[in-house]
Design a protein around this ligand. Structure first.
Ligand SMILES: [Zn+2]
Length: 468
């Protein structure tokens, strides 16, 4: 059980099953060994970590010995951070900004994704082949924990078509690449940026057995199913990326039929967790560590909301993520989850998926926050942005240009892109303003990319509200 590179896919899958069967202890043994191996690898092959860890004992098998890292400092030291000396930030940026290369491997061997702009600094993340094998094993373990033989038979009969609803032109490399490799017949990617009516028509024609949208888009689709416009019958809906108020999950399950599960992950660790039938997310603790901490990076007790979380990815060797401040607030379940799965059970509180709702001639039009955020990620030279709904039909845009980028030209690009997106959704009456002030950080230091009108946010359950 050294590194994942030495384990073939099947071997790894068998190990994943064994770990889950063995419970907390089996998970903990793997976690400790893999952490020690990853720290040794990082300090040997990454100049950044060699310097950062120079005073630490060797080997390290207690994660709390490690200093905290974060996206801003790692991205600033990108060329020293990566363990492959052939990789540079300049080459990765050029690749990320070339829409023609979406879905291609970067440097012939890495999956490249860019972050969704919700935390400030733009991130560029690479995954090596070994990490992708772990992604596959964790996905298989997750599906195995959700589906009965009857579910599987039902899906196979229905043609096992899977619909991924993803941003257009964004570098959600792994999902789009997977969709391409398997051909459009079984796995198809649908654009989240198209008008809801068009998306509904496409899904009606495709009839997916598995539906995988962002949570907020899932909520919009549930609304379409309630009115009878959307007529699909997915056996499984996997909601990703955002946390919704709890009653929303029940509503989505009732509207779409079949099973609804959630998954919480990050570009920094795509195999982080899997949701269970009781509405909790179980960490894949054999391959990842997630420490809930307060603002001084001290541990927070189970049952208490954390200020942020520190993530360690124990599989991906090309760009080590160790004790990395992810910025999400989570709550760890204090008692055992009735589902019986090992691994800490958490709920995420930092990604409240408030929908932006605008008045429209037809009544109301809702827009998922990630639809707007991902549209802006494709704009080169945009370091940071914040979209504030300043009135029912007005958005104020706060921008921070990257060094060397001309602010007026940047605003023109942002405006053009948002205008295009709003027009496509029948929202040509919504005003766009360029704010005089830059994006504002919250008390926790995070920049919330999309801020709906406050009156609407207050209707959510305590589930999404911070208590401090
Ligand atoms: Zn559970």
């Amino acid at each position: 059980m050294s590194g994942p590179g030495k384990l073939a896919g099947l071997h790894l899958l068998a190990d994943a099953r064994k770990a889950a069967k063995g419970g907390e202890r089996a998970m903990a043994v793997r976690q400790r060994q893999r952490l020690a191996a990853m720290v040794t690898h990082a300090r040997t092959r990454s100049p950044y970590y060699r310097h950062l860890y120079r005073g630490l004992p060797d080997p390290v098998d207690d994660v709390t010995c490690l200093p905290v890292t974060g996206k801003a400092e790692l991205m600033a030291a990108f060329d020293d951070w990566v363990t492959d000396p052939a990789i540079t930030l300049a080459a990765a940026r050029a690749f990320a900004e070339d829409p023609a290369r979406v879905g291609e491997p970067f440097a012939g061997r890495y999956t490249l994704t860019t972050t969704s702009g919700t935390t400030g600094t733009h991130g560029i993340f690479l995954q090596d082949a070994a990490s992708l094998t772990v992604v596959g094993a964790m996905m298989t373990r997750m599906l195995g924990s959700w589906l009965t033989v009857r579910d599987v038979v039902r899906m196979v009969r229905a043609g096992v078509r899977m619909a991924l609803i993803v941003p257009e032109g964004g570098h959600f490399g792994s999902t789009v690449a997977a969709a391409r490799m398997r051909g459009r017949r079984r796995v198809a990617a649908f654009s989240v940026h198209q008008p809801l009516d068009d998306l509904v028509d496409e899904l009606n024609a495709f009839r997916p057995a598995i539906l995988a949208p962002y949570a907020s888009v899932g909520a919009l689709l549930a609304g379409q199913a309630e009115t009878g416009r959307l007529r699909i019958n997915p056996a499984l809906t996997i909601l990703t990326a955002e946390e919704l108020p709890l009653p929303e999950y029940t509503r989505i399950a009732a509207a779409l039929g079949g099973m609804v599960r959630t998954s919480y992950a990050a570009n920094e660790c795509p195999f982080l967790s899997a949701g269970c039938a009781h509405g909790w997310l179980h960490l894949n603790a054999d391959w990842a560590i997630l420490e809930p901490v307060d603002e001084h990076h001290r541990p927070v007790a189970p049952g208490e909301p954390s200020h942020t979380v520190l993530l360690s990815n124990l599989a991906n060797r090309v760009q080590p993520i160790l004790r990395y401040d992810l910025g999400d607030a989570v709550l760890v379940r204090p008692d055992a989850c009735p589902c019986g799965r090992p691994g800490p059970a958490i709920r995420v509180q930092g990604r409240a998926a408030d929908l932006l709702t605008f008045p429209a001639p037809s009544g109301q039009v809702s827009c998922a926050p990630l639809v707007l955020a991902t549209a802006l990620e494709a704009v080169p030279g945009l370091e940071l942005f914040q979209i504030v709904q300043s009135a029912p039909a007005a958005l104020s845009i706060r921008l921070l240009p990257a060094p060397g980028t001309e602010a007026d030209a940047l605003w023109q690009q942002v405006e053009t892109r948002l205008r295009w997106l709003l027009d496509r959704h029948g929202l040509d009456h919504v005003d766009l303003h360029r704010a005089a002030e830059p994006p504002q950080h919250s008390k926790g230091g995070k920049v919330r990319a999309i801020m709906p009108l406050p009156a609407k946010a207050s209707t959510s359950t305590p589930h999404t509200g911070r208590t401090r």
